[in-house]
Design a binder for this molecule. Structure first.
Ligand SMILES: C[S@@+](CC[C@H](N)C(=O)[O-])C[C@H]1O[C@@H](n2cnc3c(N)ncnc32)[C@H](O)[C@@H]1O
Length: 210
């Protein structure tokens, strides 16, 4: 989906993807990446996810990217901290304490922007993108991330005739087809959940360096 689609979702408050609780798989499996506490974690297509606060509490420096400035403002308001706002190339950077979020298009990121990253936390990015953009997304991650960056990837699938995306259904085969040529894929867990009335399964994967 193009950025305009998402800006409209935020404008109309159609943000059913946002979770008030910390993601169960993040709490359970983040430590299996064995990252240094003070390392930098990249959170692509971050929305206003509270998971970023959890990562920051672990000692990480968190770098998010999100196209909606509304989402980013709300993130800091809900955290009750006043961020610094400054222009950074094609992005507007909001930062406070050990969290920085770049407002802008993920596809404008360069290797320079993510040069400190050793870990990636990706929840619900793949489900937000149609197949051609999904492939471009994975290719760009592979191009710009430093070698050895590990990823915790959280995605979900549902019966494709049950609803129209986004969110798109991303099954295990789709993850394999996107990443298998680039890195090791380790399925950590799969759990059922209710996707607004549709039975779905959430998957957690650990990915080796892209
Ligand atoms: C399904 S939501 C997931 C948000 C977040 N990861 C979470 O777990 O709540 C996808 C998010 O990606 C953002 N987004 C979509 N396309 C983007 C792009 N090209 N660049 C940056 N952000 C984008 C949307 O605004 C939306 O907040």
């Amino acid at each position: 989906m193009e950025p305009e689609f998402w800006l409209e979702r935020w404008e109309k408050r159609e943000i059913g993807f946002h979770q008030e609780d910390i993601n169960r798989f993040l709490e359970q499996y983040w430590s299996t990446l064995k990252l240094a506490k003070d390392s930098t974690v990249f959170v692509p297509l971050c929305g206003k996810s509270k998971d970023m606060r959890w990562l920051a509490q672990q000692g990480h420096y968190v770098l998010g990217v999100e196209v909606s400035e509304t989402a980013v403002r709300e993130f800091f308001e809900e955290w009750e901290v006043k961020p610094t706002r400054e222009n950074k190339g094609p992005f507007v950077s909001y930062s406070a304490s050990n969290i920085e979020i770049l407002v802008g298009d993920f596809f404008a990121l360069t290797a320079e922007d993510v040069r400190q990253v050793t870990g990636v936390y990706d929840r619900a990015s793949l489900v937000a993108l149609p197949p051609d953009m999904r492939r471009d997304y994975v290719n760009l991650l592979g191009e710009i991330l430093p070698a050895k960056a590990q990823t915790l990837l959280i995605s979900f699938e549902y019966r494709v005739d049950a609803r129209k995306g986004p969110p798109f259904s991303i099954d295990k085969a789709a993850v394999k087809s996107l990443f298998a040529e680039k890195c090791n894929i380790n399925l950590l867990d799969s759990q059922p959940f209710d996707l607004r009335g549709v039975a779905a399964t959430e998957h957690a994967f650990r990915l080796g360096s892209l």
